[in-house]
Design a binder for this molecule. Structure first.
Ligand code: GRF
Length: 197
């Protein structure tokens, strides 16, 4: 029986596309929902074009009421009944109640070599620090931001003259390889971290 995977996005969804495309053949998982916190998220059209059910829960419709937004998002997820949730370019911080409900089967991809550079602007921070390498991390989501057990990492060089955009593009290429590799291993019940150098 395939594992049911829901993917949460906020924007273009390039990681979501890589994940959906990977779930074919003998892959132990299949996508059952792509949900966005923005009805205009470009990834929703891409998901529909790939035949994946979509949902949009506009966080702005709830004003500052995070709990109400998360309850509405939770309802969409409960309907899809996923075994695994993948946060993929999802830019909302989820509260402890939401995270706890899915803890142990909710993954996220973060564009740094955690535990370095939790939070935002990771590439600018790596460049400013003079780092010679950067990368991305897939981890299990816990209530603490960007802090859960690491399931995989991919490394790239920081090159002379790199800007945050040039580094982001190099890291994103690796994200599209790392996340599908981690999801396949995780869906098969194997928590051995994936490393890509
Ligand atoms: C990317 O910068 C990625 O590092 C982070 O979210 C951003 C957008 O990703 N996870 P996507 O193209 O929407 O998957």
């Amino acid at each position: 029986m395939s594992k049911r995977v829901a993917i949460l996005i906020s924007g273009g969804g390039s990681n979501m596309v890589a994940l959906v495309r990977s779930m074919t053949g003998d892959h132990p998982a299949r996508p059952v929902l792509v949900a966005a916190n923005d009805p205009a998220a470009g990834g929703l059209d891409k998901a529909r074009d790939m035949g994946v059910e979509t949902a949009a829960v506009d966080h702005r419709a709830f004003g500052g009421d995070r709990a109400a937004f998360e309850a509405a998002l939770m309802a969409e997820l409960e309907r899809a009944a996923p075994d695994i949730i993948c946060l993929a370019g999802f830019m909302r911080v989820l509260g402890a109640g939401f995270v706890t409900r899915w803890q142990g089967r909710m993954l996220n991809i973060h564009p740094s070599l955690l535990p370095k550079y939790r939070g935002l602007d990771t590439h600018a921070r790596a460049i400013a620090a003079g780092d010679t390498e950067a990368g991305c991390t897939v981890h299990l989501v816990t209530p603490a931001l960007d802090d859960g057990p690491i399931l995989g990492q991919a490394r790239v060089p920081v090159l002379p003259g790199d800007t945050p955009d040039t580094l982001a593009a190099r890291v994103l290429e690796q994200e599209h390889k790392l996340y599908p590799a981690v999801l396949r291993r995780f869906a098969a019940g194997d928590l051995t971290p994936v490393t890509m150098d």
